[in-house]
Design a protein around this ligand. Sequence first.
Ligand code: HEM
Ligand SMILES: N=C(Nc1cccc(CNC[C@@H]2CCCN2)c1)c1cccs1
Length: 363
Amino acid sequence: TKNDTALLMEATKFIHTCYNELNLSKEEQINRIEEIQEEISNTGTYTHKGFELTHGAKMAWRNSNRCIGRLLWHTLDVFDERNTVTAEAAFEKFLNHIHYATNEGKIRPAITIFAPRKDGKDPIRIWNHQLIRYAGYEKEGKVIGDSTSIKLTKMCEQLGWRSDQTPYDVLPLVIQENGKVPKLFEIPKSFVKEVDITHPDLEGFNHLGVRWYAVPIISNMRLEIGGIDYPMAPFNGWYMETEIGARNLADQDRYNLLPEIAKLMGLDTKSNLSLWVDKALVELNIAVLHSYHQAGITLVDHHTAAKQFKSFEKNELENGRAVTGDWTWLIPPLSPATTHIFHQSYNHDIISPNYFYQDDPEE
Ligand code: HEM
Ligand SMILES: N=C(Nc1cccc(CNC[C@@H]2CCCN2)c1)c1cccs1
């Protein structure tokens, strides 16, 4: 059928690039494509071999236009959990991923890949945007916690979840097998590493009671490899400090801490001329870098990250690959013009394998 042909086209493109990069012979490539053609005509889809899945997930990271951290794309640890299809078993694997990635603070970039989409159906999905993320509550027009989690928090409460209603309640995992009701799974506190945010010089900082979690693990994106969709493939790296200090804790519609920080710094918040927002922003990011370093949690500053991205660009050129990128996301939100990224443009072509947004699981 037409989409069998389209799938074979995607598979052929992927096998060609993947086998060339792995120095496999032309003959192996041709035999594999014939094998895939056979499987597609018999079943309407095809199954990646382990090494194809592993390299495909790495290529997808390398092709992620918005990612500044791509220098280490080939070091990704890939866990093949395509046979895990029950919510309980998946929860086990999520805990394994959290523990492996955290590694007592020496974070290891990893991805766990669950069953692919088949006949347009997702065998299993997770509703969480990240495996570890704070709940958000709306009370009399005031927001407590992470405003981006309000919808999911409501869903958890409807499913029976009860919490302390603090700004830092870690959400349970909401895992849904196809066609069944979603199930809640509480992550044991011992698995959740968090960092108390303090400042090396500003004493007042330490009484704000501000904290953040150590490991960002994105769990709502779709991994596409050679025309096959993996709708549940959580992946983690480590944070760049600005994500926490210039967005999550700084945005007015997130934790909105800048006014409070400016006050404890004794700044004049009545006039923009004092650049009090900018001064508070810098000190918050200094506090994040200081706190994660003191806690022994891997974190990269935006200057180092930009330099690493420059090395990535050089490596790609040396390997005859064109770098694609999304300038609007690659520039850091703090002092962007102090990085090389700001002063050049990037081709924003989208190539596959890659990680894509997808619709939330079916209600
Ligand atoms: C190892 C350390 C890593 C660092 C420091 C890093 C840094 C970043 C940053 C700062 C962003 C922008 C996020 C935002 O502004 O919300 C980003 C985006 C992204 N990263 Fe990385 N990254 C790392 C590893 C990874 C890994 C291991 C993967 C996948 C295997 C990955 C895939 C992506 C994708 C797909 C996006 C775009 C997300 C979107 O469009 O919403 N990154 N990265
Ligand atoms: N450092 C990270 N940050 C990151 C990467 C991808 C996506 C996100 C979440 N981005 C969504 C937020 C909310 C809107 C704009 N940014 C964060 C990583 C997360 C997982 C691997 S690396």
